[in-house]
Ligand binder design. Sequence first.
Ligand code: ZN
Length: 133
Amino acid sequence: MQKIEHIGIAVKELALSVPIFEKLLNSTCYKTESVQSEKVNTAFFKKGETKIELLESTDPNGVIAKFIDHKGEGLHHIAFEVTDIKAEMKRLQADGFVLLNEEPKPGADNKLVCFLHPKGTNGVLIELCEEKK
Ligand code: ZN
């Protein structure tokens, strides 16, 4: 684990939330991207080295839509940068953490990602992400 790469926030509508975060952070959204496999549209902000990722569902049955149905909008996950995602997945699995995907999968922002089940991390959804070379 290198550092917090980004913090993911679930929102109902990017069109409403992007202007709020632009005002809050006093900087403009530098990137939007759809991740069809995850059924989300994302919008990214950067402050120093840390990014904020806003996530909007593109499908009423998508994970973000279901999360908002249960918990409302808000903090969704914390993503840590790793240099070797497969090695880190193996290490965490050996330590008893439950991986939500067995193989790294493509995420937003040119990353390979893996999520850890929040039941093993005090309710916090953790994402590992490795920059694709
Ligand atoms: Zn993320």
